[in-house]
Design a protein. Structure first.
Length: 96
């Protein structure tokens, strides 16, 4: 897992900075989980293909094409993201 996080980050550091000691990586099998983001200024969603998902008590951080999105898990396991932190992982973790 550590190799999927930005340089200098471990899951332990993510837990410390986020204040969520139960933060865990979520497996991302290709196509097995629907992940979408709100379209800026619109009513549509954009399909994301994340390579990393980190879960934080119902919230999550998702990395898609190098950018970090914040979202939440739906009851069916899908993810809806509503905020993008570009490539700033540190800011995303602090925003939880």
């Amino acid at each position: 897992m550590e190799e999927l996080l930005p340089d200098g980050w471990t899951i332990e550091r993510v837990r410390e900075v986020s204040g969520d000691g139960s933060a865990v990586p979520v497996p991302v099998p290709v196509g097995a989980r629907l992940v979408v983001a709100d379209e800026p200024g619109g009513d549509d969603y954009v399909l994301l293909r994340p390579d990393v998902i980190l879960a934080f008590h119902g919230l999550c951080l998702v990395r898609h094409e190098g950018e970090w999105y914040m979202g939440h898990f739906e009851d069916d396991g899908s993810v809806i993201c509503w905020s993008c932190y570009d490539t700033d992982f540190s800011e995303a973790v602090r925003g939880l």
